[in-house]
Design a binder for this molecule. Sequence first.
Ligand SMILES: [Zn+2]
Length: 172
Amino acid sequence: MALREIITLPDKRLRLVSEPVKAVDAELRRLVDDMFETMYKAPGVGLAAIQLGIAQRVVTVDTSKKDEEKAPQVFLNPEIVWSSEEKGTYEEGCLSIPEYYEEVERPERVKVRFTGLDGKTQEIEANGLLATVLQHEIDHTNGTLFIDHISKLKRDRVIKKFTKAAKREAVE
Ligand SMILES: [Zn+2]
């Protein structure tokens, strides 16, 4: 396993639409291992491969609490096949937009179809935190960020802030 660098706003790769995973091979397993290591280290509850600059539809999630045992979950080619009318609001953050948090309203429950590491297609129904994390990560596989769900005013402000910071770093 290896820690990998998480790309951050305004890196244009975050806007790429990721490619479907075709096979569960050694390379993919290595990517998944690295994603978990990087996600736990950050720490975060979810990660999409594009956040490591790899445009493949791979998502890792662990919504277990600190005092609970780890519960790693892998979602290959995940897609939302149903979402509830009922909405829920969570304060979201993103490892690619460090230290920025904002409330986002999304469907409270979703049904997600995905392929597991065993190559089998499965469906799960999620609610609460897991539903939010899955929607947030599936958005990443489509080049969408959680700031796309907040007001344009707030979004422009955060993009500007990160763009300025990146320019500053480039000069130093
Ligand atoms: Zn994110």
